[in-house]
Design a protein around this ligand. Structure first.
Ligand SMILES: Cc1cc2nc3c(=O)[nH]c(=O)nc-3n(C[C@H](O)[C@H](O)[C@H](O)COP(=O)(O)OP(=O)(O)OC[C@H]3O[C@@H](n4cnc5c(N)ncnc54)[C@H](O)[C@@H]3O)c2cc1C
Length: 434
């Protein structure tokens, strides 16, 4: 079933085959104006568009390809809790009250995403059955126990599972224990993104696809921004840049604040009931606690979707998925005769401090990105924070604190650097799981 030519991470994604249709959009071919221009038609930009239009703000979204073309239409669709830093570490970085607000935002993320879906009746197969993060050894389990205690001091209860507890829920004895987050879950990510677009358009947002932004300039009096595409122009008071792992050289220096790494996914044929009763029987989502994570979930048809790190290029090849399939069989040997029907991948934006950032580049020009693989939940929250930064522009207006992200030194060599780092992380994961 796997194609023998380069695999296109967007076109070949499982989600393309099962998503709701995209709303009809056109290319920007005129000179027009609005209050806020949003660059990037993924879930960050479209959540910002939805919030703003609901407040009566006029919004245009410019997307260089199609809605959900980036990570939003390719992801594993897991709606998880947490950032890479613990609540205590977040408080050190962002002292209260900003730190406490951020921790509350993190804790509320899964419920918030499922509420947006319910309130707006978004047709995107939401499942809120919980998320398990599996510990690969006892020291990783100890760090999860500490994390659970840390969250508990902020009123958030994460259940610590022992080895039998994880084994029963996942269907393998490979993990030493884990954390169970009951309010997390999954969605069909391309449907979620298309439905956000449809709903924002129903509220009055104008969305232009095949409309790559080629330049952004401030007016002489600095009151407006002019955004150019090949065929059109938009003038607005605010511009929000929501391009995450697909950020190009549009704004000087921004691309150096994120390094795009690739994640790849495979999806099985719909599994028979016997296998579904043995593997993730409660349809939780799962991520293991390694440096190079493996993550699983079912889609609505009982296909098991499994993700891993990928190569440092966008055109994937058949052989890129062989290592992933070998890893899968170590976890679930019972899948040795399973057919893998879909193979795809995309870019994940990593940041220097492993946290997303909400960054005001200049007055009226703001960006939110850098989710380090947790953008389904955090991108949704960031979309709201970006909207709030427009609606009440002050440092205290957003639950996500404004910050100035650091750039990666020697960014032009990031492909070689990431490839070396991946080998080093794979070795450390291997040694730790022995
Ligand atoms: C394979 C994979 C698996 C993942 N799994 C998960 C998961 O299970 N859970 C989770 O929480 N996160 C996951 N992520 C991360 C998550 O998908 C992203 O963080 C999130 O979708 C980012 O959304 P976004 O809207 O910020 O960016 P994107 O969805 O990447 O959208 C950015 C858009 O900007 C457009 N763009 C770029 N430049 C321009 C320009 N000059 N003009 C106009 N448009 C432009 C691009 O075409 C793109 O569509 C995964 C990512 C990948 C790739």
């Amino acid at each position: 079933m796997i194609k023998q030519f380069p695999i296109d991470g967007s076109r070949d994604a499982l989600w393309m085959a099962t998503a709701v249709p995209a709303p009809a959009t056109s290319t920007l071919q005129e000179k027009t104006s609005c209050d806020v221009t949003i660059i990037g038609g993924g879930l960050t930009g479209l959540n910002a568009a939805l919030h703003l239009t609901k407040q009566g703000v006029s919004v245009c979204v410019l997307e260089s390809k199609s809605i959900g073309f980036g990570g939003s239409g390719r992801s594993g669709g897991q709606v998880n809790l947490g950032l890479n830093l613990s609540p205590s570490q977040l408080l050190e970085k962002f002292p209260s009250p900003a730190g406490e607000r951020l921790i509350n935002l993190v804790i509320n993320t899964p419920d918030y995403v499922f509420k947006i879906i319910a309130d707006n009746q978004l047709q995107c197969d939401p499942v809120q059955n919980g998320w398990i993060q599996g510990a690969i050894n006892n020291s990783s389990l100890d760090s999860q126990i500490r994390l659970a205690k840390d969250y508990a001091t902020h009123g958030c209860h994460l259940e610590v599972l022992d080895k039998p507890g994880v084994s029963a829920r996942i269907g393998t004895t490979l993990y030493s224990g884990g954390l169970h987050v009951r309010n997390a879950g999954s969605i069909q990510p391309l449907s979620y993104t298309r439905e956000l677009a449809r709903t924002a358009m129903a509220q009055g947002a104008r969305i232009f696809t095949q409309s790559a932004v080629t330049g952004i300039q401030a007016s002489a009096d600095k009151k407006d921004w002019t955004v150019n595409t090949n065929q059109g122009q938009l003038i607005s008071k605010h511009v929000l840049i929501c391009t995450n792992g697909y950020t190009d050289k549009l704004v000087g220096g921004l691309a150096k604040k994120v390094v795009p790494v690739r994640s790849i996914l495979i999806a099985s044929e719909p599994l028979p009931d016997t296998l579904r009763a043995a593997i993730l029987p409660g349809e939780v989502t799962f991520v293991d606690k390694r440096r190079l994570i493996l993550y699983f979930r079912y889609d609505r048809d009982g296909r098991l979707c499994i993700g891993d790190h990928g190569p440092m290029r966008d055109a994937f090849r058949v052989e890129d998925f062989n290592g992933l399939k070998k890893r899968v069989l170590k976890v679930f040997p019972q899948l040795s005769n399973t057919r893998w029907d879909y193979h795809w991948g995309g870019r994940v934006a990593m940041t220097k401090d492993t946290l997303p950032f909400l960054y005001q580049i200049a007055p009226g020009l703001t960006t939110g990105m850098g989710y380090n693989g947790r953008g389904v939940g955090m991108g949704t929250m960031m979309g709201k924070a970006l909207a709030d930064s427009v609606l009440a522009p002050s440092n205290t207006a957003t639950d996500f604190p404004l910050s100035t992200p650091k750039s990666f030194a020697l960014h032009q060599f990031h492909s070689a650097g990431v490839s070396m780092a991946v080998k080093w992380m794979a070795l450390r994961d291997h040694l730790q799981s022995m």
